[in-house]
Design a protein around this ligand. Structure first.
Ligand code: DQA
Length: 145
């Protein structure tokens, strides 16, 4: 089983950006944690981060026929990007949306998720552990299909 883990804009700034919200651990620490979660389940994974919407769309398109599942934190593009939603729908690879923070409890504009409309599940407000949960949900979903 092969998963693509996608992180959107400003997640490369983890540890620096709003630590009271996103924590003090950096993006490299997140990658390490996700790699360990995948390895423990016998899953191959690739991690990808970009600050650019079109680059994220290109990466999702390129996943077609290559990856069995996608874990995605589209970050701010969650709330704006029909293009990312359409890309997820186009490839039809099972995807789980993850957010470090409880987006549903923050500003009203964060309560809308376009990408989430193409995902089998959403995990919010659990920090780095949310990515582990997303990997587990995706693995179970694919195995049970
Ligand atoms: C985020 C929540 C988004 O609203 C925000 O724009 C982010 C991070 C999260 O992981 O909690 O950049 O996706």
């Amino acid at each position: 089983m092969k998963f693509l883990i996608i992180n959107g804009p400003n997640l490369n700034m983890l540890g620096i950006r709003e630590p009271e919200l996103y924590g003090r651990q950096d993006y490299a620490a997140l990658c390490e944690r996700v790699r360990a979660a995948c390895a423990a389940r016998g899953i191959d994974c690739e991690l990808f981060q970009s600050n650019h919407e079109g680059v994220l769309v290109d990466k999702i398109q390129a996943a077609y026929g290559v990856f069995d599942g996608i874990v995605i934190n589209p970050a701010a593009y969650t709330h704006t990007s029909v293009a990312i939603l359409d890309a997820l729908k186009a490839v039809a690879i099972p995807a789980v949306e993850v957010h470090l923070t409880a987006v549903e409890q923050r500003e009203a504009f964060r309560r809308v998720s376009y990408a989430g409309m193409a995902c089998i599940a959403t995990v919010t407000g659990k920090g780095f552990a949310g990515y582990e949960e997303a990997v587990e949900i995706l693995k179970n979903y694919i195995e049970e299909r």
